[in-house]
Design a protein around this ligand. Structure first.
Ligand code: ADP
Length: 539
């Protein structure tokens, strides 16, 4: 047939060029590891990414080479994402909170050739360097003045690109070529690599900008507290370039005081992070009496958002969008924004909808299936395994690890148990390995935890299944008290009465000083199960 539209590959070079040409002055503000604040803009980030691409090419890096980062959210890390992809390479963002052995495994598995890292990680890098089999160059993300003394032969980031060609042309790649690599945290078995393509990254970023997702536009001032090293800060370094948004990056800081100051000083109106960050923030705000300036929207995900958190932010004029996703989904799968039906039903319905994990973005298909693989009805109560597919969902792990991970129709099993209602809201019941199986029925540990953290005096709560002679498993509630609080077992059980189904009532409550978390901030239930394996419940 005669007539066609243009073939225009969706590449990251084009994306950053768009931001540089159309939003050149829009700022990127970073708190630096060296201390102080740094201000740049999309035009400068593009130019420096180009120089980095030229510098890496001069070092001998070639298309498809993996180049790793161990870094916080700063303008330099954003430059790395674009510069590495722009020279045809693959930006492998490593989570610095992993154990040494895991980092070594990941870097060797990826066969990373260069490691760019923040000053904070010099001791870590020196420690593991002898075991890194493929790294040829260590580059410190700093200037000459801050270069550390080291037994390693270190390069300086600010010098790497400075002598390189500022007019370096992005290496031409087709849109399905790889651009990024991120490993799952591997709480069970070895971490597996998810290889993002230029196309998957661009489509995901465009979808993230849409009104019922993150609603990012040129007037948005976005603060992704979600780290770039964990699934690209939920697309924000890319989505902000699509929209020309201002980007505010907190570097190594995750505390309430620094984030609050940044939010107010930079007029942040949209911020993103996991629930634990916002929990800390709420405590800080209560204690300090300070406010949140122009902040009016939060996107929270990675773990379930409790009702008490949504209410606490609503009382401060901040709307919470609950999102769900996973590394395997780039990571955004669903985001909650009220539909007209929900709005018509009033505030309580709105709150109930916000507690669910959101509706699928265009580009994500979702379904829930039962044990026989039959589709569950979209009635909000039938639950089963949550399957997904789409252009930014994993098809195969890096190097084929795990074998075939989708079924014949391309569905990927998320490992989550969920419901979907008639408006398309998906609600996570639990991770399939965390759900508590009691007398043939299922108890959602997430729902119990969310109810428990609403109890005054509770800082954090976890629920695990403990073996029970009659019921197979019963819930054990593990609580961390707020400083100075004296909430008791009886208080907890009284609080939960009427808030949860009677047969969900935890059989016991224990108090501990701190809960274990994964490198991505989730409750580490495997460690809790180990710790409380011998815990005896009444028969
Ligand atoms: P990992 O930590 O194993 O690398 P991810 O960080 O990719 O995995 O997290 C994915 C998982 O996190 C999801 O499968 C789901 O269990 C959980 N998750 C993410 N968002 C939410 C949410 N809003 N509510 C409940 N669970 C969530």
């Amino acid at each position: 047939m005669i007539g066609a539209m243009q073939d225009w590959p969706l590449t990251l070079g084009r994306l950053i060029d768009h931001a540089a040409v159309n939003h050149p002055q829009r700022e990127i503000v970073s708190l630096l590891v060296e201390g102080g604040e740094h201000r740049t803009n999309w035009a400068e980030v593009r130019d420096r990414a180009r120089r980095l691409a030229a510098g890496l090419t001069a070092l001998g890096m070639r298309p498809d080479d993996r180049i790793a980062t161990l870094a916080w959210n700063t303008h330099r890390h954003v430059e790395c994402l674009y510069g590495i992809a722009g020279m045809g390479g693959v930006a492998h963002t490593i989570n610095p909170r992993l154990f040494d052995d895991q980092i070594v495994f990941i870097a060797n598995h990826a066969a990373d050739r260069v490691l760019l890292f923040d000053l904070s990680f010099i001791a870590l890098v020196e420690r593991i360097a002898p075991r890194l089999e493929t790294i040829e160059h260590f580059v410190v993300l700093t200037d000459r003045a801050h270069m550390p003394e080291s037994s390693l032969d270190l390069m300086c980031y600010e010098e790497l690109g400075s002598a390189a060609d500022p007019d370096f042309a992005w290496v031409a790649r087709e849109e399905n070529a790889p651009a990024g690599l991120c490993y799952t945290s591997g709480t069970t078995g070895n971490p597996k690599g998810v290889l993002y393509s230029h196309r998957s990254t661009v489509l995901h970023a465009m979808a993230a900008c849409t009104a019922d997702a993150f609603a990012i536009g040129a007037r948005t001032v976005a603060l992704p507290v979600s780290p770039i090293y964990h699934a690209s800060a939920w697309s924000i370094p890319y989505a902000s370039a699509v929209a020309g948004a201002k980007l505010v990056l907190a570097g190594p800081h995750f505390d309430g005081a620094t984030l609050q100051r940044l939010i107010v000083a930079e007029d942040v109106d949209f911020a993103l992070a996991v629930p634990t960050i916002w929990l800390t923030m709420l405590h800080y705000l209560d204690a300090s009496g300070l406010g949140l300036g122009k902040l009016d929207r939060l996107a929270i995900g990675g773990s379930a958002v409790p009702r008490s958190m949504i209410e606490a932010f609503a009382a401060r004029g901040v709307t919470v969008s609950h999102l769900w996703g996973m590394t395997e989904m780039s990571p955004v799968g669903s985001v909650g924004a009220p539909t007209p039906e929900i709005v018509a039903q009033g505030d309580e319905a709105d709150l109930a909808a916000r507690m669910k994990q959101g509706r699928a973005l265009f580009g994500v298909e979702m379904k829930v299936v039962d044990d026989a693989n039959a589709d569950c009805p979209r009635d909000g109560t039938s639950f089963g395994r949550l399957l997904v597919r789409g252009p930014w969902t994993v098809a195969t792990y890096f190097r084929g690890d795990g074998g075939q991970v989708t079924d014949a129709e391309g569905w990927f099993d998320t490992g989550d148990v969920a419901t979907i209602d008639r408006f398309g809201y998906m609600a996570i019941v639990d991770r399939s390995k965390d759900v508590i199986k009691s007398g043939g029925e299922w108890i959602s540990s997430i729902e119990l935890e969310n109810a428990a953290v609403g109890c005054p005096g509770v800082l954090e709560a976890a629920v695990i299944g403990v073996p029970h002679p009659k019921w197979d498993e019963r819930p054990l509630l593990i609580v961390v008290r707020k400083p100075g609080a004296s909430v008791t077992r009886a208080d907890m059980l009284a609080y939960l009465t009427g808030r949860i189904a009677k047969w969900w009532m935890p059989d016991d409550v224990v108090f501990i000083d701190e809960l274990p978390h994964t490198a991505t901030g989730k409750l580490l239930k495997t460690a809790l199960r180990e710790q409380f394996r011998g815990h005896v419940l009444a028969a």
